[in-house]
Design a protein around this ligand. Sequence first.
Ligand SMILES: Cc1cc2nc3c(=O)[nH]c(=O)nc-3n(C[C@H](O)[C@H](O)[C@H](O)COP(=O)(O)OP(=O)(O)OC[C@H]3O[C@@H](n4cnc5c(N)ncnc54)[C@H](O)[C@@H]3O)c2cc1C
Length: 502
Amino acid sequence: MDADPGTHPHPGTNIPAHSPTPTPTPTDVLVVGAGPTGLALANELLTAGVSAVLVDRLPRRSDLSKAGGVQPRTLEAFDQRGLLEPLLATGDHPTASGHFAGIPLPFAAHRLPWRSVPQVVIEGFFERHLAARGLHVRRAHELTGLTQDESGVTAAFANGAALRCRYLVAADGAHSTVRSLLGAAFPGEPGTSTTTAADVRLDGADAVASHTWNEDGHFAALFPLGTDDRGRPMRRLVLGGPGQSSLPRDTPVTEDDVRRGLSTVFGARVRLLELRYARRITNASRQAERYRHGRVFLAGDAAHVHLPLGAQGMNTGLQDAYNLGWKLGAAVHGWAPEGLLDTYHAERHPAGAAVLRNVRAQSLLMDWAGTRDPGVLAAREIFTELAQLPDVQRHLGGLMSGMALRYPMPDLDGGHPLTGRPVPDLDLGTTRTHELLRSGRGVLLDPDDAFAKAAEPWSDRVDVAGRGAATEPMLIRPDGYVCWAGTVGLEAALGHWFGDPR
Ligand SMILES: Cc1cc2nc3c(=O)[nH]c(=O)nc-3n(C[C@H](O)[C@H](O)[C@H](O)COP(=O)(O)OP(=O)(O)OC[C@H]3O[C@@H](n4cnc5c(N)ncnc54)[C@H](O)[C@@H]3O)c2cc1C
C-alpha cells in the first residue's frame, strides 16, 4: 500500500541536518513548497507588503497531473485579487455541474460556477505572476532542518543554504518534511485501497454519464479537462472497483489497464484514443492535530489529506493560504491583535475537518472499493432520492463549493447572519466588493457615511467605501470574510480584527 503520509519519513525533532551558517539571510516569512498552497500564500504575503521567500525541492515545476477543478469560493478569492480573468484567459476552462459521491447535483447557481483549471496551469500562472512581482521560486532548495526560538525560525537546506525568518509556513505537501521535523501529530486513517486516475482523450465519452457503475461494482468517473493544443477535448478519468483497490499505489498503470477498465464499465461504447498520464491514488485520510506550532504553520496537504472526491484538496489548501496570508502580514507589520495568528487554526481546522467528513461520506456512498455491500447500496439509493430535494441540493452545494463555510467569530455585532461568511460580490455602483479587496486591506462598507469617523483611527489598515450604495454596513477582512455587520459594535470589531487604533 501507499507510503502513508501519517508516517514520519524524517524521524527526530528540530535538529538541523546541516549546521546553519552563522548569519543566515533573513526574511519575514519562509514558505516551504511551491505547490498551489505555497504559491498562493507567497502572493498573499506580497500583497500584504511583507518579504517572503518561496522554496521548493524540485529543480523545476512538476508537470504531474493532479487537481483539475476549482470551486466557486476559490474563484471568488482569485477574483478578489484581480487574478480570475487572467487565469481564465490561459486556455479553455469549461464549467461542469457538480456531484456528491457521483450523484448529480444541479448546484445552486453561483456567479462563478465550478471550472476545470488543471493544477499545472494554476501553478504556472502563479509562478509567472509572482516573478512579475519580483518573487522567484528558489528551486532545488529542499528543507531538511529547522529550529525555532522566541524571535524566529532558522531553516536549513540540503544544498547547504540556511535562512532565518520570523515565520515559516509548511506548504510542502502530504509527506511534509516540516510536519515530520516538528513531530506534529497527523491522526487519521492510512490508505487501505487504491484506484486509477488518468488524463485521457476518449471516443464516445459525450454519450455517457459523468459517473457510471456496472453490476460488479466497477465504476468510471469522467470530468472535463479543457482541450489539448489541437483543440481536442481532454478528460480526467477515474476507474475503481474490485481488484483495483488491492493494488499498491506504486503499481504502474498501463494503456491496457485503462482500456480494460473502460470496457469493463462501458463495453464498446467508450474507447481510449490517447493516454497522457495515469497514476494510482489512495484513500488515506488524515488531518494535523494543530495547524500552528509556535512560529511554524501547516497549510494545504501538509495539514490535511483525503481522496480527491469532488475537487476539494487544492481548493482547501488555497483557502488556508488566503486565511493565513493577511494574518502573517499583520504580525510582521506589528499591528496583529492578540490571538489573531491563533485564529488560523481556529478557523481552518474545522474547515478541513468538514472536508474530510464529506469525503469519507462520499467514499462510502461511492463504494470506492467495489464491495457491493447491500447496506451501502441501500444507503446510496436513499441518498440519491434525498438529493432530489432542493434543500439537500442547496446544503450539499454549499458544502462542496466552499460557499457554506462560516468561520467561528466572536459576537460583536449582535449575531448578524453575514458575520463569519464570505462577502457577497455586491454591485456598489462604480465598483464591486470583490474589486475593493484587490488592495489586500480591510474594507468598511459605509453606505450612509455613519461610521467613517469611528473607523478613521484604522485608516492605515481599513479602507472605507460604498457611500450611497444599496447595502448594509459591513466590515470585511482582507481574505473576503465579513467580520462585522449591522449597526452596533463596530469599534470593538475593528480592534478585534485590526488591532489598536493608530
Ligand atoms: C489525481 C488527483 C486529482 C485531484 N483533483 C483535485 C481537484 O480536482 N480539485 C482539488 O481541489 N484538489 C484535487 N486534488 C488534490 C490536490 O492535488 C492537492 O490537494 C494539492 O496538490 C495540494 O497542494 P499543496 O500546495 O498543499 O501541496 P503539493 O501540491 O503537494 O505541493 C507541495 C510542494 O512542496 C514541495 N516540497 C515537498 N517537500 C519539500 C521540502 N522538504 N523542501 C522544499 N520543498 C518541498 C514539493 O516539491 C511540492 O512542489 C487531486 C489530487 C490528485 C492526486
